[in-house]
Design a protein around this ligand. Structure first.
Ligand code: SF4
Length: 172
């Protein structure tokens, strides 16, 4: 079985103005070590497909109406929900290595027995915040070598940033 197996995924949004057919029968599989880019014009369903896979469709409007999303093995929730921006070396603006640092942080949390905690952690390599850390429950933004701002309390549906009063800068 593939690491990630998406079969005939169908996603609909029920709105006051009618039903939005956001994703219609998407199928793909991903093996360990493989990477897949979803490419398409704006509004074609790329983001909705991704949100459906990680079970973050906006409720109650968004629903998986058909198809299956299968993970091979148990992906701890703390990893399933986490996101880092590409940062170095793929982005010239990166001041920190978000894509390398975040897996280390997640591994540390798992060692402490926190892998199944239902919390979203997002990390960005610079204040541009492409991975939207302020709207995660724990957001980490890199400002320089070993220099991060940590924000706590954002809403995962994007409706609220982490309160600035809870921000602090961590070094070391
Ligand atoms: S947050 Fe900064 S480092 Fe990360 S992808 Fe965006 S611009 Fe690049």
């Amino acid at each position: 079985m593939a690491l990630l197996d998406v079969q005939d995924l169908v996603v609909r949004f029920r709105t006051a103005d009618g039903t939005i057919h956001a994703v219609n029968g998407v199928t793909f599989a991903l093996e360990p070590g493989e990477r897949l880019g979803l490419v398409g014009e704006s509004g074609c369903g790329k983001s909705v497909t991704s949100l459906a896979i990680i079970r973050l469709l906006p409720k109650p409007a968004g629903r998986i109406e058909a198809g299956r999303v299968l993970f091979d093995g148990d992906v701890p929730s703390i990893r399933r929900l986490a996101m880092a921006c590409p940062a170095k070396p793929t982005c010239g603006l990166a001041m920190t290595h978000a894509e390398r640092a975040l897996p280390r942080y997640l591994a540390e949390l798992e060692r402490e027995g926190l892998g199944t905690v239902d919390v979203m952690i997002r990390m960005a390599g610079c204040p541009n915040s492409c991975s939207r850390p302020p709207t995660a429950e724990i957001g980490i933004i890199g400002y320089g070598k070993n220099d991060y701002v940590v924000m706590v309390g954002g809403a995962r549906d994007g409706s609220r940033d982490g309160p600035p009063v809870r921000c602090h800068r961590a070094r070391g």
